[in-house]
Design a protein around this ligand. Structure first.
Ligand SMILES: NC(=O)c1ccc[n+]([C@@H]2O[C@H](COP(=O)([O-])OP(=O)(O)OC[C@H]3O[C@@H](n4cnc5c(N)ncnc54)[C@H](OP(=O)(O)O)[C@@H]3O)[C@@H](O)[C@H]2O)c1
Length: 248
């Protein structure tokens, strides 16, 4: 996949991993559009970025998504890369009384899984028109191995995203759209501060690994410690998906 001269949408591009991806891609000669819920936060991000515009849009809000898609179709008809980066995590012990695990898990599933399915579905017609296109779904190391004591249902939402991404890749394999999955370990961002994120890798490393993997068409991207977990415990998982789909 080429990594210059693309038109790239990054959901949740005003901070953390999304911001670093916006910086790297815009500096590499791509047109970048970032989204987020907080306009002020996006204005601050945009001031540090070149070749980047912003659109206020909440991935969980159907009306916002319809407006976003309409604006992209009108103003960015060459859009060829969608990076589903916006995510949400609830840190809690799911066996505490009255913890409202159902509400917490519902919010995570909506943000980390269902909203990605909705946006991809709405943007597929535009992506299919391009000669080369990509969807990048940002999951996590916890899609392989969840942290039961702190992020139980977040991990489940990322595992769902991982499974969906495998299926999407197979269903799109004969067209112009390549499907990538970016699987970071603990990363030092605001998102992870509550779970010791300061000990994590810098978000720039995640963005660097994404660009390198896209250049090599490496579709499942195991960043840092994710590679250790994958190599030790899941080395045949990609072959299992292919075998079960009659592709081996
Ligand atoms: N940090 C980690 O340790 C880690 C590890 C593995 C995977 N990940 C994944 O990486 C992705 C990015 O995480 P991060 O650590 O970079 O987070 P972050 O620093 O908190 O940044 C999140 C970005 O997403 C935006 N956002 C949040 N909810 C949104 C929504 N509903 N609609 C649109 N934009 C939204 C935020 O802006 P607004 O708040 O203004 O909307 C912000 O721009 C997530 O999917 C996360 O699950 C993170």
């Amino acid at each position: 996949m080429k990594t210059t001269n693309n038109t790239i949408l990054i959901t949740g591009g005003s901070a953390g991993i999304g911001f670093e991806m916006a910086k790297l891609f815009s500096e590499a000669g791509n047109q970048v559009i970032i989204t987020g819920r907080n306009k002020e936060r996006m204005d601050k991000a945009i001031a540090k970025l070149k070749n980047t515009t912003d659109i206020v849009s909440d991935v969980t809000n159907a009306e916002d998504v319809d407006k976003l898609v309409a604006q992209l179709q009108k103003d960015y008809p060459n859009l060829n890369v969608v990076i589903n980066n916006a995510g949400s995590a609830q840190v809690y012990n799911m066996i505490e009384p009255c913890i409202n695990a159902f509400e917490k898990a519902s919010e995570e599933m909506l943000t980390n899984y269902l909203s990605i399915i909705r946006l991809n579905e709405k943007l597929l017609p535009l992506l299919k028109q391009q000669s080369e296109a990509a969807i990048v779904n940002v999951s996590s190391i916890v899609a392989f191995a969840g942290r039961a004591s702190t992020l139980p249902t977040y991990a489940a939402s990322k595992a769902a995203l991982h499974s969906y991404t495998n299926s999407l890749r197979i269903m799109l394999e004969n067209g112009p759209i390549k499907v990538f999955e970016l699987m970071p370990p603990l990363v030092d961002t605001e998102f992870s501060a509550i779970i010791g994120g300061a000990n994590g890798i810098p978000p720039k490393q995640v963005a660097d690994d994404l660009i390198t993997a896209m250049q090599k068409d490496e579709y499942e991207i195991h960043v840092g410690q994710t590679a250790d977990i994958f190599n030790n415990f899941f080395p045949l998982s990609q072959k299992a998906v292919l075998a079960f789909n009659g592709k081996l």
